[in-house]
Design a protein around this ligand. Structure first.
Ligand SMILES: *Cc1c(COP(=O)(O)O)cnc(C)c1O
Ligand SMILES: [Zn+2]
Length: 415
């Protein structure tokens, strides 16, 4: 049985008040002695734990490292990640007919996705462990972020991508930042199987969201949403709607809220309802939630134009499903058509996102229509990546160009 409770005594293996705990068997593991991703005893997922969980008063500065008191270090390998905008989106708010709608746009991070928040912490841990190669499997954004942070830390990066299924902007980023890019004849889940084996053999340090330290960095999305919401209108959101791939963010947000409850900063009743959205062609988490299961069954064949969430085996499901159930949230699948429609709606409010990001808005609209979200709710939709990540999808979703002669009258005639 998964046990995600915090608190209790600090084990001997803790290093400066930080340790890793197995969420299945409860074993405590020293955080920085050896490279470890899963419980050596039972293979369960690991989670970072702390002797103390901070209050909001302990945070200062901006960006991810504003929240150093909630992280394993005072500083990381940084290119100034975090501090992303929480936008109002008047047109979509009216369409969704909810009390308040904001969009937390993670596309505003240095490499254009929330993955930067995880890497600033994860690459720092790699540095501390003294590894000489970083690696990840990726639907694109993880590789772009790891390539940039690896470059910053001067550590070689290996990325495994599903051949032909990664958006152009992301491959370009990984290439320019100097990662070694291997295109695998298989899907993302196959890539992860391979890179996990390389990591097991000690050939590379794994920086997929299986790595518990990445999720520590991604926790700061939740902290920012709460602080920004309070500043904007004096209330916390009732619900956070987010796209789900490997369910790392869902797990990270839930951990953020559990820590705030543990610190006495948040009442359990105030915790926003975590609401996951997947594409219809890659929806194993939705299937699990619809059947009330606490595990997912792997989908071997997945397809969606939202390539960032084209994942059939969400590795963080054991941490994320309890988050959805415990907060009173839900999960929903949306069609690629609705994703593109939502991408256009966001663009009309001035917010440019890649397809996977728009799934959050498509999910909100579908759940409102079904009556699963009430009109009096305050909602935050997470948009995970920038429009320029997938220029092809953006061009297809947008209007056509108009050929004109090189004179003003010609242009006016064409309008
Ligand atoms: C990685 C990614 C996701 C999926 O996030 P998980 O934490 O794996 O669920 C969604 N959208 C974008 C743009 C991403 O890069
Ligand atoms: Zn274990």
């Amino acid at each position: 049985m998964t046990d995600l409770s915090l608190g209790g005594p600090t084990p001997d293996v803790a290093d400066d008040g930080v340790w890793l705990a197995c969420v299945e068997c409860g074993d405590a593991i020293a955080p920085f002695d050896d490279v470890v991703y899963e419980c050596p005893d039972c293979g369960g997922l690991l989670e970072a734990r702390y002797a103390d969980y901070p209050t909001f008063e302990e945070f200062s500065g901006d960006g991810v490292w504003r929240y150093a008191a909630a992280l394993p270090f005072d500083e990381g390998v940084t290119i100034r990640e975090g501090n992303t905008p929480l936008y109002t989106v008047p047109e979509i708010e009216a369409e969704a007919d909810v009390a308040d709608l904001r969009v937390k746009h993670e596309g505003a991070n240095p490499t254009g996705s929330f993955k930067d928040r995880g890497m600033t912490v994860g690459v720092k841990v790699a540095d501390r462990l003294g590894v000489d190669r970083l690696a990840c499997a990726s639907t694109g954004n993880t590789s772009a972020a790891l390539a940039a942070y690896g470059a910053r830390a001067n550590t070689p990066v290996l990325v495994l991508l599903p051949a032909g299924k990664v958006a152009a902007g992301k491959v370009a980023q990984a290439a320019l930042h100097g990662a070694r890019i291997c295109e695998v004849d298989g899907n993302f889940d196959d890539c992860l199987d391979v890179v996990a084996e390389l990591a097991d053999r000690g050939e590379a340090y794994l920086l997929n969201s299986l790595n518990p330290f990445r999720l520590e960095g991604q926790k700061t999305i939740g902290l920012e949403i709460l602080e920004q919401s309070r500043d904007a209108h004096g209330h916390l959101p009732d619900r956070i709607v987010l796209p789900v791939g490997n369910a790392g963010n869902t797990a990270a947000l839930y951990k953020c809220f559990r820590e705030l409850v543990e610190a006495g900063e948040l009442d359990k009743s105030e915790v926003p309802k975590l609401t996951g959205v997947q594409a219809e062609g890659a929806a194993p988490m939705v299937e699990a939630v619809e059947n009330g299961r606490d595990y997912v069954e792997r989908w071997d064949d997945v397809e969606t134009r939202a390539t960032a969430i084209r994942i059939g085996n969400p590795v963080n499901a054991p941490k994320a499903l309890p988050g959805i159930y415990d907060t009173g949230g839900t999960a929903v699948a949306v069609s690629d058509e609705k994703i593109t429609e939502a991408q256009r709606m966001l663009a009309e409010d001035g917010v440019g996102v890649e397809p996977a990001s728009a799934a959050s808005v498509a999910g909100l609209l579908k759940l409102r229509e079904r009556g699963d979200i009430d009109a009096d709710e305050r909602v935050v939709c997470l948009t995970t990546g920038h429009l320029l990540k997938d220029p092809e999808a953006a061009a297809e979703a947008g209007g056509d160009t108009t050929p004109v002669p090189a004179d003003a009258d010609g242009v006016l005639d064409a309008l």
